[in-house]
Design a protein. Structure first.
Length: 349
């Protein structure tokens, strides 16, 4: 049997085309090995070869997801590969989302084994780890060698149809899948052994790790709302007319900060929603339905609140990864604190 055929997907940076100034690069395919593909080629030795490299700019993919996905799928189909690899993306958010999106599409729509690789806090990891094998990497390209060492053996197992071991054994992010296995000790004995180790302060490994949820204690109530500065923050996609910052309709990579000084009412002429997860008709007719600027202006005039903060902050919650949401929240919170804001009204959809 000959070598397995591999198609490799990378962004404009790893292709050597350019950085952010070239992030709008449209999809193209080259029948050569580029960037991280050189390390993958060395790792595959005589078992697999990269027959084509597909390149797409991160901004182009993020702002034209369906169109870009369709273009890339057509390119992949042309080579009829045995395996598809995207990345590694490390901690590059837009790149990670693109890698996860296209690996998932190639796997599900073309039936070709696929995998990608990225840092565990990459937004793409949170979005796709349950549907695609994602090799866990370090947070920067300095971890390329380590990433390739894990990508190559897992990729070969996938393409050969061999049994895939646990995340710890193979180096991929946990997919939340449980499998039955046989062991010498009953569950009750294993549980008691773990309990004894825990009581002694010794190390032990649980057989059923629980999800880690953040707990955010609520702040005390505002003492005097009539003197408070109130800000609006939304995940409902509220933006000025024309969406000047190009906030993504799904899987947001950024948030916007918008000046509402002197604006008492939001209308179809000065506002709209960028959100792609709900029917925008009523929001576009009156954006106050998403962020209540008109009502807060009334309360401001009536002296029931101190004042409405000059800026509102907006992003899209639709498909946005938890890691990105946390990053947005931290940045917005810091800005609001520095501005002396006392309380926030957070709206969604």
């Amino acid at each position: 049997m000959g070598k397995f055929k591999v198609v490799h997907y990378i962004n404009q940076f790893f292709a050597g085309i350019g950085g952010e100034e070239k992030a709008d690069h449209r999809p193209e395919v080259r029948e050569e090995v580029l960037g991280p593909g050189l390390a993958l080629k060395a790792g595959f030795k005589d078992e697999a070869e990269i027959v084509a490299t597909i390149i797409c700019g991160d901004s182009y993919f993020g702002e034209n997801i369906e169109e870009a996905k369709k273009e890339v799928l057509e390119m992949v189909k042309k080579y009829n590969p045995d395996l598809f690899i995207a990345g590694p993306a490390f901690n590059a958010g837009r790149y990670g989302v693109a890698c996860g999106t296209i690996a998932d599409a190639v796997q599900n729509e073309l039936g070709i084994p696929s995998l990608t690789a990225m840092y565990e806090e990459n937004p793409g990891a949170d979005m796709f780890k349950k549907s695609v094998y994602i090799v866990s990497t370090k947070d920067s390209a300095a971890g390329m060698r380590d990433a390739v060492k894990k990508i190559v053996p897992l990729a070969l197992k996938l393409v050969k149809g061999e049994e895939i071991g646990s995340p710890d054994e193979e180096g991929y992010l946990s997919r939340g899948i449980r499998k039955n296995f046989f062991t010498d000790k009953r569950g009750s004995e294993r549980a008691v052994d773990m309990l004894i180790k825990k009581l002694k302060g010794e190390e032990f490994e649980t057989e059923f790790p629980m999800p880690d949820f953040d707990r955010v204690p609520p702040n005390p109530a505002v003492k005097d709302i009539t003197k408070a500065t109130i800000a609006i923050v939304t995940s409902g996609g509220a933006v000025p007319k024309g969406n000047p910052d190009h906030i993504e309709s799904s899987s947001a990579q950024k948030y916007g900060k918008y000046d509402i000084e002197g604006i008492n009412d939001l209308t179809p002429e000065n506002g709209e929603t960028a959100h792609g997860g709900y029917d925008p008709v009523y929001a576009n007719e009156d954006l106050d339905r998403v962020i209540p600027v008109d009502v807060l202006r009334d309360l401001e005039r009536e002296g029931k609140i101190g004042k409405l903060h000059r800026y509102y902050y907006s992003t899209v919650g639709n498909g946005t990864a938890v890691a990105n949401a946390k990053k947005f929240g931290e940045a917005i919170g810091k800005d609001l604190k520095e501005a002396g804001v006392d309380a926030v009204i957070l709206t969604s959809t």
